[in-house]
Design a binder for this molecule. Structure first.
Ligand code: C2E
Ligand code: CA
Ligand code: CA
Length: 530
């Protein structure tokens, strides 16, 4: 059986789980999105760096290429004639270290040294060449072993004549190929099968470290490419993630609080009750009351049952107190009125037959109950008499005796439920003038077993008799209790001895005697006759 505490705890647990899930999802999303955007940004930066390096190199080589024809036309002329123009050209282009003219495979004129007589192939194995060439090499003349970039332009068909331009790559690289930690670790220029990096100089191999990735961009104008090595856009983004933690945590806290607040209404027992009413999950049961004098069933008490599709059967002892606390008891009572009227034909259409409905004392406030009785009960003009049972459990303070009078005038009778268990002063009996006192089942139970409580039972009985208030005993389970009560003048009895609460639809069958009396029934009271 569910208890209200358990149910409420269950809802709270669900809300905690939902809020934690929201926090987790927000954390994952924030980190995930930040990771993706940072990774893409890193990738863009890496690409942009490589592209920029290629463009810058192109820009250096372009003016040199622009002078190609002019320089090629100088090949063959005596060095004395062309030395000066060569020096001027070399000086004009800061990145140029020297310009040399080659005739029949012999370097015969240099912008730096003037007249020369060097077999070019001895200096550069792959030169001269019939095709224009770009080469990575080491300087053998001016700055020994320093890395240089050689641009070769042939001036004759056989390629034995031509112009050799020596570019100071070291200067270029310190200007253009500076790595940008942590994104760019190394920048490598590759020409043909040779590589140049600022840290390693010129080499024939280039090895990528295990934790490195490489991005290569090819020049569209010259036969070189530039590669940059990086830890990887993803790895960099991953390293950056801890710095996103404060933002992610704040967002997660914020949204999980929103989830906590938002589920307060939805995931609550209160909401479950409202939903239950809308879905008609509450079923009406009735428990007969028998008059031992006439041996007739003179009425029924309507009792609610709730079969919740998710939680199973829930006792009214659980949901009624929650409904009372959450201001849902009036809507629930209206539901009982409406459903009783809808199924009224299960009961004898006899003005002597009463239907008792439990109401909360808070429902009396501001005449709401009176309005509801008019609207939901009297508009249907039922023949049966209406009894309102207000439990003494609640404080009876809220029950306005003027409203009770008004109800009386309309033929509604008032019963004080669970009499003897509450704390209401006897003066209320005077003011409210109830028609019926229902002796609580704890007192019925005490008969023959508990001396103190059965004394109280006697007192209640004599009080009712003195004030001329009808007495109804509930929770009658044994023939001994029935006998005792009857002997003491309590004639209307309700309890498992006669019938357990049953669905309204089963009542006619029970009334017709279809349900056999309990085995232990000793004949004091016959269960049914009408
Ligand atoms: P109650 O008004 O005192 O109702 C009598 C309770 O005693 C019912 O429990 C009934 O099933 C049980 N009962 C009847 N005969 C016996 C018996 O011989 N032995 C024992 N041990 N119990 C017996 P139930 O149906 O679980 O209802 C519990 C309480 O829930 C009710 O006590 C009433 O206060 C409240 N309740 C039930 N239905 C409604 C309703 O429609 N409106 C309101 N406001 N309260 C309701
Ligand atoms: Ca009752
Ligand atoms: Ca009771």
């Amino acid at each position: 059986m569910h208890t209200a505490q358990n149910l409420i705890k269950g809802y709270r647990r669900k809300r905690i789980i939902i809020s934690l899930m929201v926090a987790l999802i927000v954390l994952l999303l924030t980190f995930g999105l930040r990771f993706i955007s940072q990774r893409d940004l890193n990738q863009l930066r890496i690409d942009a760096y490589a592209r920029h390096a290629v463009d810058s190199f192109d820009k250096i080589l372009m003016p040199i290429a622009g002078k190609r024809h002019e320089l090629v036309s100088l090949v063959g002329q005596p060095c004395d004639n062309v030395h000066l123009p060569l020096r001027k050209q070399a000086a004009a282009m800061q990145t140029l270290r020297s310009i040399a003219l080659v005739k029949s495979g012999v370097l015969y004129c240099s912008s730096v040294f003037g007249d020369r007589d060097v077999v070019l192939r001895q200096r550069q194995l792959s030169l001269p060449d019939p095709q224009p060439r770009l080469l990575l090499a080491t300087d053998e003349t001016l700055l020994k072993n320093s890395p240089i970039l050689i641009q070769w332009y042939p001036a004759s068909q056989d390629g034995e004549d031509g112009v050799m331009l020596t570019i100071n790559i070291h200067l270029l690289s310190s200007l253009l190929l500076e790595p940008q930690e942590p994104i760019i670790r190394r920048v490598v220029v590759s020409v043909g099968h040779r590589y140049y990096s600022e840290s390693q100089g010129i080499s024939d191999t280039f090895r990528l470290a295990d934790d490195e990735q490489m991005v290569t961009r090819q020049s569209e104008l010259f036969p070189f490419s530039i590669s940059v090595t990086t830890p990887g856009a993803g790895m960099l983004a991953l390293e950056d993630l801890p710095s996103q933690a404060p933002l992610a945590v704040i967002l997660a806290l914020l949204l999980s609080s929103v989830a906590w607040i938002a589920t307060a209404g939805r995931l609550s027992f209160t909401r479950e009750i409202i939903h239950g009413m809308a879905q008609r999950e509450f079923e009406l049961y009735c428990q007969p009351q028998l008059d031992t004098r006439s041996q007739q069933c003179t009425g029924v008490e309507i009792l609610l049952r709730w079969k919740n599709p998710r939680l199973g059967w829930i006792s009214p002892e659980v949901f009624i107190p929650v409904a009372e606390r959450e201001n849902l008891i009036a809507p629930l009572t209206r539901y009982v009125f409406v459903e009783t009227i809808r199924q009224i034909d299960y009961f004898p259409a006899d003005p002597q037959f009463h239907i008792s409905i439990n109401v909360a004392s808070s429902h009396f406030l501001q005449g709401v109950l009176l309005r509801d009785v008019n609207q939901y009960w009297f508009t249907a003009h039922p023949k049966q008499q209406l009894v309102l049972e207000v439990t003494e459990r609640d404080s009876l303070q809220g029950v306005d005796y003027r409203l009770v009078r008004e109800l009386h005038r309309k033929g509604v009778r008032l019963a004080i439920d669970d009499f003897g268990t509450g704390n209401s002063a006897l003066s209320w009996l005077e003011q409210l003038r109830p028609d019926i006192l229902k002796i609580d089942k704890s007192f019925t139970n005490a008969i023959g077993t508990d001396a103190v409580n059965s004394t109280v039972t006697d007192i209640i009985i004599s009080l009712g008799q003195r004030l001329n208030i009808e007495l109804v005993a509930e929770g009658v389970e044994t023939p001994q209790q029935a006998h005792y009560l009857r002997l003491h003048g309590v004639h209307v009895l309700q309890g498992y001895l006669y019938a357990k609460p049953m669905p309204l639809a089963e009542f006619p069958h029970w009334l017709a005697g279809g349900t056999p009396p309990p085995k232990e029934h000793n004949g004091h009271v016959l269960p049914v006759i009408l």
